[in-house]
Ligand binder design. Structure first.
Ligand SMILES: Cc1cc2nc3c(=O)[nH]c(=O)nc-3n(C[C@H](O)[C@H](O)[C@H](O)COP(=O)(O)OP(=O)(O)OC[C@H]3O[C@@H](n4cnc5c(N)ncnc54)[C@H](O)[C@@H]3O)c2cc1C
Length: 471
């Protein structure tokens, strides 16, 4: 097999044979039945054909594959959950380290810590932690990879109570560009640990994460109230003002959208333009119901699905709506405040969405997120109170240009309201390259560039929002 691979990929046959011999996981090429599945990612806009896909079975496979990629001069991508909208998990003609076989999760209930392998999803993590009434702050869709989401921050329903995903990160095991397996934490390789918390995909392949877990669930009170979109001019300011005084246990989003064509929404309402107020209360169900109640009375709702939800149900509640196979282009801006002018622009663009699947999400921040200093981790922009994300989702490739232009126009319009910051997990296609990295990392950019020169001077890990090594 190695000879055939070598001819197809013009690789050193002996080196490739050596790699295949050493690995415990399979190596896939275009000839293999699992190849198309392994190269596919969540965003159907991306269709890339790597020469090799190494399905690593553990850290030793990762070490060998990293050494092979470096020695052979191959473009290297790392694929965990495959949700990155820019498609950085895959490349054309290079090697992909597919971590989907490394999804183990081990909980230490006494210490309240969790070790999660580099290819696990948030669904994997939630399922195991909930066995002990625990949870790690992750994202709001269970199919998203723990790795990609955590390595650039990590926003979810626990953000105001427990911070970003990186704020609960205790250590990582990481294979750096020189092929060394290292641990990074507050006491080992501290500079690497600092960099990983916000810029992780630039510094190596994280084979496992150790998180602090928190008591959550098994049932939480969820606000999920859908109002007519024409009420947005009153709902959005009222939501903003309410959240300014809300307890940290409450994390909330407002979404300008259309009712999704899915259960539990009645078919006659599918496609109705709405503004949804979503909220999760991390505390007692009774207290949550009391706190959330005013958000359910901002106008006459179209649908109100608020109530006690299982934590696992909340975490997977959006899965069917954000399924694999749609076309996506998501881009974000951080806002210091949500002014009336910003709300006006959001409402204007919400009325011109190219598809009912497309939405604008306003994430409200604050609480624990802001208690970590701006330079304490590589993640920057903690002072922003809101994040506005234009999420273009569509299904017809004929609409590619229209959908992308709409999302970019929202992004452009938000610039005048923004702090200048962006969230790098919603990067569009990363077209702005270094300028986007500078906007995302803010005051931390220069230190990151210096650390990149130390840990990855030849920029082996460049399929990401790239930080060029300082010269
Ligand atoms: C449906 C959907 C829902 C989302 N919801 C949220 C949300 O609630 N909150 C939020 O903050 N973000 C959310 N995101 C954005 C998400 O955080 C990013 O897309 C993130 O990159 C996904 O991580 P992944 O592991 O699934 O992706 P991948 O595409 O596999 O990887 C993303 C990036 O990380 C790198 N990477 C992957 N694994 C490793 C590793 N083990 N070591 C080093 N680098 C690695 C990859 O090379 C790539 O550059 C969502 C995205 C989608 C599509």
């Amino acid at each position: 097999m190695a000879d055939q691979l070598a001819v197809e990929t013009q690789l050193d046959a002996q080196a490739l044979a050596g790699l295949v011999e050493m690995l415990r996981g399979p190596v896939l090429t275009a000839e293999d039945p699992g190849y198309d599945d392994a190269r596919s990612i969540w965003n159907a806009l991306i269709d890339r054909r790597p020469a090799l896909i190494v399905q690593c079975s553990g850290a030793a496979d990762v070490v060998d594959a990293v050494n092979f990629a470096r020695e052979q001069g191959l473009t290297l991508s790392i694929k965990a959950g495959g949700h990155n909208v820019a498609g950085n998990a895959v490349n054309d003609g290079g090697i992909v380290l597919d971590l989907s076989q490394m999804r183990g999760v081990t909980v230490d209930p006494a210490a309240r810590t969790v070790r999660v392998q580099g290819g696990a999803t948030w669904g994997d993590c939630d399922r195991e932690t909930q066995l002990f009434g625990l949870a790690v702050p992750g994202g709001v869709v269970s199919t998203t990879g723990v790795a990609g989401l955590t390595l650039h921050g990590g926003l979810g329903h626990l953000r105001r109570k427990h911070g970003l995903s990186i704020d609960s990160l205790l250590s990582v095991d990481i294979v750096t560009a020189d092929g060394r397996f290292q641990r990074a934490s507050a006491t080992e390789n501290e500079d690497l640990f600092w960099a990983v918390r916000g810029a992780g995909s630039n510094f190596g392949v994280v084979t496992s994460f150790e998180f602090r877990a928190h008591e959550v669930g098994p049932t939480v009170f969820v606000g999920a109230t859908f109002y007519p979109q024409e009420d947005a001019p009153t709902i959005l300011p009222a939501w903003r003002d309410f959240m300014a005084e809300a307890p940290e246990e409450l994390s909330s989003l407002a979404i300008c959208w259309s009712i999704p064509p899915h259960e539990p929404f009645p078919p006659e309402l599918h496609g109705t333009p709405i503004v949804a107020v979503a909220a999760a209360y991390c505390g007692s169900v009774e207290e949550g119901e009391r706190v959330v109640q005013p958000l359910r009375e901002l106008a006459e709702p179209v649908v109100d699905a608020s109530g006690p939800w299982p934590w696992l149900g909340l975490q997977s509640g959006f899965d069917a709506i954000f399924a694999k196979g749609e076309l996506r282009y998501w881009k974000s801006r951080a806002l210091g405040e949500l002014s009336g002018e910003a709300i006006g622009d959001i409402i204007d663009f919400a009325g011109r969405r190219p598809s009912p699947l497309t939405d604008i999400v306003i994430w409200h921040h604050g609480g624990a997120m802001t208690r970590v200093g701006e330079t304490d981790t590589a993640y920057a922009g903690r002072d922003a109170q809101f994040l506005v994300t234009a999420e273009a989702n569509w299904t017809d490739p004929a609409q590619n240009e229209e959908a992308i232009s709409w999302a970019r126009a929202v992004w452009d319009a938000m610039e005048r309201h923004s702090t200048g910051g962006v969230y790098l997990n919603f990067p569009g296609l990363g077209e702005e390259e270094e300028a986007l990295a500078r906007a995302g990392y803010g005051v931390n950019f220069e230190r990151l560039a210096a650390l990149k020169a130390k840990y990855d001077p030849d920029n082996l890990f460049r399929m990401n929002i790239n930080i060029p090594p300082a010269r």
